[in-house]
Design a protein around this ligand. Structure first.
Ligand SMILES: *Cc1c(COP(=O)(O)O)cnc(C)c1O
Length: 383
């Protein structure tokens, strides 16, 4: 007897495979296996290192030939694969990053989960991976939060970081689109990114490397984009900078992103951010900041911004603030930009008043302290 991949059954004795064999597509029943004992008492919530600690439960769904199994929620645990698992060799791996915020003992807020779901599917399409329906994603998050709501830190600014991800799971050493996938969600309690006050970052351009190119995978949240950005980031750090400010791949002139964040410039009274267009990741924080700025009556421009325009705006005194945006830090003020031997310094190494007001507004909405006129928050009743 051989299994569906044509290999002997003796290779397929691991426990997770038994679960795949009761495939039923289309049913949205969740199988929930609770952890026998919570690990939460071992966790020091006063000293959380980003991404090191994981809550009691995780969600897993398997896909074979385009059909997803029903979602399973079970204790967080290692997963087992053969060394030939395709994601390891050919990089079909994508992810999302979002957060859940403590509102009160009965309410946890997710922020724009349906937008994260859409973006995951856009990334999936680019990498030839199967899309997933909204229900296992959004309800999966709700079910996980109901089980693990005690893992959502209570301190304002702290949150439960949520990492949904998908990877090619077929055990087949051929450079081909995988026929099997896993989708998983794991969660991790995290402290505020700037828990000891904002620490403006120092940026440098790279004259050699680029993050993404139009037509490539830059607008997908693909694991490989990160792998490729580590060397230039490491070089920047060796030279005393925090991160790279990425320029376009063709002219090395137009600003795209900063590190793993989108980037904003306050030039005069106009909020400017690089336009999307293939090589820029469409950040959900970015989109939220644009909406808030418009609501405040600001002129917002999504357009090409060259590094020379930035230096000129600085010379003429028009460049007021620069900051990055992303789920992890929310807003990351920029204190210095280096490009070809010249420096721009901003706001005496403090967060600018505009970035601060933006930060207070968006986090106020996330923690349910400010009215949410956009319907961005998705409250989950727990406890
Ligand atoms: C995830 C990510 C962002 C920020 O997106 P958010 O949805 O705001 O968290 C920006 N740039 C890159 C390269 C990213 O991977």
């Amino acid at each position: 007897m051989a299994d569906f991949c044509g290999r002997p059954n003796s290779l397929r004795k691991r426990p997770y495979l038994r679960k795949i064999s009761n495939f039923k597509s289309g049913t949205m029943n969740f199988t929930i296996t609770k952890a026998e004992q919570s690990r939460i008492s071992e966790i020091n919530f006063e000293n959380l290192e980003f991404g090191r600690i994981f809550s009691d439960h995780m969600l897993e769904m398997a896909c074979r030939d385009g059909k997803w199994s029903k979602p399973e929620i079970k204790p967080y645990a290692p997963i087992t694969f053969e060394p030939s698992m395709q994601a390891l060799h050919y990089g079909q791996a994508i992810f999302e990053g979002m957060k859940a915020y403590y509102v009160d003992d009965n309410t946890i807020n997710l922020f724009r989960p349906k937008d994260h779901h859409k973006r995951l599917n856009n990334s999936a399409k680019r990498l030839c991976m199967p899309e997933i329906e909204e229900e296992p994603f959004v309800r999966g998050l709700e079910e996980l939060l109901k089980l693990d709501h005690k893992w959502v830190p209570r301190t304002h600014g702290h949150a439960l970081y949520i990492r949904p991800f998908m990877f090619a799971a077929e055990e087949y050493l051929a450079a081909k689109v995988s026929k099997e996938y896993r989708f998983m969600i794991i969660t991790s309690p995290v402290a505020a990114y700037y828990s000891e006050g904002f620490n403006p970052v120092k940026l440098t351009t790279s004259d050699k490397y680029v993050r993404a190119v139009k037509g490539g995978t830059g607008e997908a949240k693909a694991a490989g984009n990160y792998g490729g950005s580590f060397l230039p980031a490491q070089n920047a750090q060796k030279n005393g900078y925090t991160q790279v400010i990425w320029l376009d791949a063709i002219e090395h002139e137009y600003i795209e992103e900063v590190g793993t964040m989108n980037i904003f410039f306050l030039i005069g009274d106009t909020l400017v951010t690089p336009q999307l267009g293939g090589s820029v990741l469409p950040g959900i924080t970015r989109r939220s900041l644009i909406a808030i700025a418009k609501e405040w009556g600001l002129n917002v421009e999504e357009r090409r911004v060259s590094i020379s325009e930035l230096f000129e705006a600085h010379k003429s005194g028009m460049l007021k603030e620069v900051f990055g945006s992303g789920t992890a830090a929310v807003i990351s003020p920029v204190g210095l930009i280096h490009h070809k031997g010249e420096n721009i310094t901003l706001n005496q190494n403090e967060i600018g008043p505009f970035a601060k007001k933006m930060f207070d507004t968006i986090t106020g909405i996330q923690y349910g302290k400010i009215g949410d006129s956009h319907n961005w928050t998705h409250p989950v009743t727990v406890g």
